[in-house]
Design a protein around this ligand. Structure first.
Ligand SMILES: [Zn+2]
Length: 78
């Protein structure tokens, strides 16, 4: 079932997000493709049991990557 009814580009974005949500992602701890979405932005690794905070519909988002980069940049400066 589709959650967005109007607009082809919006529908495509929704399809992409839904696909990413159901897909398994790579676990940053054990590097296995076993990360599954548990709830909103909560990802649990089926292999090592790690519980991680990610983005809502995928484990990593562009904003998240930028934030991560900024954090490492500032923490190495201090
Ligand atoms: Zn893992």
């Amino acid at each position: 079932m589709r959650s967005s009814r109007y607009g082809a580009s919006i529908r495509k974005q929704v399809d992409k997000a839904m696909e990413s949500k159901d897909r398994r992602h790579e676990c940053p701890k054990c590097r296995k493709l076993a990360l599954k979405r548990k709830s909103n932005a909560v990802w649990v690794c089926k292999s090592c049991g790690a519980k991680l905070a990610g983005a809502t519909y995928s484990f990593e988002s562009k904003t998240g990557q930028l934030a991560k980069r900024n954090i490492t940049e500032y923490s190495t400066k201090a």
